[in-house]
Write a protein that binds this ligand. Structure first.
Ligand code: PA5
Length: 438
């Protein structure tokens, strides 16, 4: 279960927010707000295509049976969710653990040749499959990566053999990838028109890589569906209302940065996914909390100083997993040279919990209001809940902020410049003007 604790924020009167939250909720559920063409994720945990879901499960089993490595090609919303769930549930060391599941690597999320060369070396002559994911089918980074890896996989297995190992997740009709699927006969999955990239983790975009990594995706969907039932009903008991209210109240009070913190190192990519979800949804029209992330306790020794005493424009949200997934007890030591016998009999989760409590109070005392999102357990069901919670809270929060949370017009600016500088036909004049400025 997900529970939002606002007790460490300056007092907020829920009554003052009731009518704005009700209006945001109605606009979201009724599809009358900005960007309402992109609300396909809202009821997705129940209203998903069962046949396609079964095909995803079968494809994942095939990948598990014939591949040592799955290469996932995608960027932004087309990779962060899958990586987040795999690392959070299967652990940061997933690829190094001795299991029979395929290792999963992500490529096409940068333009680094060194990164690609390292991946080539890691895969070596082992068997691999590719899942290329792009809603538009035209994004440069994954398109370039796919061109490179398509050649490699065809060299290894021949064109026909490669076609059996390439899985495409893209738009149902548009884009270069769709055309390629039709031409080459790749197995393909659909990103619904009404689901934007950063809200697509519970579509084939996230589900195929997640399932290939051994996660029970039916359970993930059940978790999301449970949270959906809770969050679709309006009222102050709704955790998404509480979170959206808390962060908007702090924004209006002058906070400008929201730091998402977690004490679980496996959470790092969940935080990356969160950053995209909130950054791309709210950062527009000169508005929005800047979403940042820290991993505790590591970052208490790097960012902790700034958080405690730097510019007082920070809001901190801690995701706290309540039930530990492992435990180690500190033993008594006869010599006690390290002076740690006061910890004897305590477990690492006990120590970590006190680190959380101490940090929470220190940061609040230092002028950083804290919200705590408590997650009772880190399991597949709970992660499904957490994903849906953050998604719907993001929609509500964007409406409270007064922006369209479902578009991303600002992402185009760099792309246009890059195409112009690379000499893409049609961008010649712009390219010249840009080069003159460099
Ligand atoms: O949220 C979004 O829409 C973006 O982050 C996209 O996911 C990202 O730009 C990748 O786009 P595409 O899937 O079309 O390649």
């Amino acid at each position: 279960m997900i529970n939002v604790d606002l007790s460490k924020l300056p007092e907020i009167s829920p009554k003052d927010w009731q009518s704005e939250l009700s209006a945001a909720h109605e606009a979201l559920l009724g599809g009358t707000g900005k960007g309402s063409d992109f609300l396909g994720w809202l009821r997705l945990p129940e209203a998903y295509d069962r046949d396609e879901f079964a095909r995803i499960q079968r494809a994942a089993e095939k990948i598990q049976s014939d591949s040592d490595v799955l290469l996932v090609i995608g960027i932004g919303g087309s990779y962060l969710g899958a990586r987040a769930v795999i690392e959070f549930l299967q652990g940061t060391f997933y690829n190094l653990r001795r299991h029979k599941l395929p290792e999963v690597y992500f490529v096409g999320n940068n333009l680094s040749a060194a990164y690609m060369a390292q991946l080539s070396e890691i895969i070596g002559d082992r068997n691999f499959s590719i899942n290329v994911i792009s809603k538009s089918g035209t994004t440069t980074e994954p398109a370039v990566a796919f061109r490179v890896w398509k050649q490699k996989i065809e060299e290894k297995y021949g064109k026909a053999g490669a076609a059996e190992r390439i899985y495409v997740t893209t738009d149902k009709a548009r884009g270069a990838l769709r055309g390629l699927c039709d031409k080459e006969g790749y197995e393909s999955f659909v990103i619904p028109d009404s689901v934007g990239g950063r809200f697509s983790v519970l579509t084939a975009v996230g589900l195929l890589p997640i399932a290939a990594a051994g996660v029970d995706i039916a359970e993930l969907m059940r978790g999301a569906a449970d949270m959906m039932k809770l969050c679709l009903s309006p009222g102050q008991q709704n955790p998404a209302w509480q979170y959206a209210m808390g962060r908007n109240a702090m924004y209006r009070a002058g906070k400008r940065v929201e730091i998402l913190a977690c004490y679980d190192p496996d959470f790092v990519f969940m935080a990356e996914w969160f950053k995209q979800l909130y950054g791309e949804s709210e950062g527009k029209e000169g508005k929005g909390l800047f979403p940042a992330a820290v991993s505790y306790t590591a970052d208490l020794h790097s960012m902790g100083q700034y958080i405690q005493e730097g510019r007082r424009e920070l809001l901190e949200t801690v995701v706290l997993v309540e039930e530990p997934t492992a435990s180690i007890t500190i033993k008594q030591d006869a010599e006690n040279v390290d002076g740690l016998n006061f910890l004897a009999g305590k477990t690492l989760p006990d120590i970590e919990y006190q680190a959380f409590c101490g940090t929470l109070l220190a940061h609040v005392d230092g002028g950083v209001p804290n919200m705590v999102v408590r997650m009772s357990k880190k399991d597949t069901h709970g992660v499904g809940q957490l994903i849906y919670f953050f998604e719907i809270a993001c929609g509500l929060s964007g409406y409270l902020l007064g922006v369209n949370p479902f578009d991303q017009p600002g992402v185009e600016a760099y792309k246009t410049n890059m195409f112009a500088l690379l000499g893409k036909p049609g961008f010649e004049a712009q390219g010249e003007a840009l080069r003159a400025r460099l």
